[in-house]
Each structure stands twice: as structure tokens, then as C-alpha cells.
Ligand binder design. Sequence first.
Ligand SMILES: [Zn+2]
Length: 334
Amino acid sequence: MNMHQRRTCARLVLSLVLGATIAATAAPAHAAAPIQGGQAPGYYRIMVGTIEVTALSDGTIDFPMDTLLVGETPDAIRAAYKKAFQRLPAESSMNQFLVNTGSRLVLVDAGAGTVFGPTLGNTVASLRAAGYTPEQVDEVVITHMHADHTGGLAHDGQRTFPNAVLRIARADLDFWMNPANEAKSPEGVRPSFAVAREALAPYIASGKLEPFDGATQIVPGVRAIPAPGHTPGHTYFAVESNGEKLLAWGDVVHAAALQFAHPSVRIAWDSDDGAAEAAREKAFADAAAKGYIVAGAHLPFPGLGHVALAGDGKGYVFLPVTYSADRKPVALAK
Ligand SMILES: [Zn+2]
């Protein structure tokens, strides 16, 4: 190697070393972008005819489904969750639905408030993110009086929705506001009594609680349909406009991974096991036959989709709505 070749070689080695050094120092700068965490604001809209329905996320809660579900062995439940690529305890959504008919704003369920800790209680934040304020809500309707649906009605003894009338089926009010039922109820639902008393108190004090009996029109376009079983006054709310329909069906399903395929599987805290199972079978069959959108409190957020018969004719499948970027009507029935 002559002098010139040695210099060229030295420069090449130097540039390689420098290049490697630059690469080594530059690479961490990209990798060091902090992981952000969190999710997008918890709302999603669809149109039902001329009515806008906004799903609002209260957050999620871990349910130990292998000990909460009844009707399958814990091993079979674990196998079903594994098959569905879901871990246990199952991270379960808590969804509310804000219905804007154009003249009235109706909120279906109020979320958990502070009752179940920081992973729930985001309904008001989701509602604000969606462009509304709690003061604008005209009616709050409750599918049933379990704490995850009523806890968000009040905070520090004040109404969360100060201008709203609170509408609840009398059958649920009579049950959950009667202390005699508290001691007789399964441990898992016992806290719902105290939560209900506390959450309803400011509405009762201000004359804003209006019970309803049986099938009732809440506002034009929104009607209550009794569906007892999960609780004595468990209620669906149907939203209908221009031939399109959405059914907010409360707690028909807690475990989508299992209960669509096996509607007889139920959750430990049903008030009336047989009636809850019958209501679920009927809800699946009706939704599959008529093709309307169902909106579930514990279906994966936004909790909106169709029910169809399973391919083998046994059981059902849930088909979540496809994402729409511009609120196109997606509540078309068959
Ligand atoms: Zn619930």
C-alpha cells in the first residue's frame, strides 16, 4: 500500500467510525420519544334517521368472568376467552348513549362516578369532548339501578345533570330504594343500594325524579320498553326515526366473548336468572330478525352493532358497526 492508498484507507476507516458514532448517537433520539399512553376522547356518533346518538365511554373495568359467569365451568369460560384473544380478568367497557332528537337531549345511563375507582367515571369528560355540557341534558333515563349505571348521577351531593329530569322504571325504584331488599341481595350487588340512595337524593329533593310504569314514551323518538330479569325494572330504550332503529339494551350482555354464542350463560348478579336468560334469548332473536342496531352498556366501546344468527344456526354473533368518519347513517335495518 503506498502513501496515497494508506491515506484513502485511513479516511475510509475514519468515516466508517464517525458514521457509526453518528448513527449510534442519533438512534436513541428517535427511540426516546416518550410513550404517550391514554386513548382518544371516548365518544362515537351515529345517526338513527334524523336523531344523533353519541356513545360515551365511562371507561373500563376488569371483570373476573371465570368466577362471575354462571352456566359454564370456569375452565370452559377461560378457554372461550383464550379463543377470543382476550385476557382475564376481562377489561369490560361501560358505555352511555346520548340521544339528541333535535329538540331534546336524553342521556341513557350515568356511568359509575367515583364508585369503582379511576378506570371508570369518565362520562362527563366524554360528553364534554363530544361538544355537549351536563347542563344541556334534558332527561336522564336509567336502564337499571346497579351502581355502574347510577353512580355518576351526582357528585358531592349535587346533581351532575342540574337541568335534567331523572326517569327510572318504578319497578326498579321500588326494589332498590327499599332497604329490606338490601340484606337479601347477593353481596356483589349490595353496594348498589347505598349508591342509589345517595345518587338519587338530590333529584328527589329538587322534585326532578319522575318514575315511569311499563312501556312509556320518554320524548318523541325515544321510548322505554320493560325487560325485567337482570333487575326487576330493567328497561330498554328504543330510538326510532325515519324507519331506522337503535335499541339501547342495558345489561343484556356482559361477556360478548361468550354470551352471543351461548345466551344461557348468565352473570352472578342477575335478580331473576330465568327471566334474565329469557330476556337475552328474546333480545338476540328480535335484533337478528329485524336487523336494528343494538347499543350495549358492556359491549366493547362504542358498544354498537348488529346481532346475527351464527353460521351453524346455534347461537348468535355480534357484528360491531364499521367505523364512519362522517356520521353517515349506519342504523339501517334489513
Ligand atoms: Zn352494568
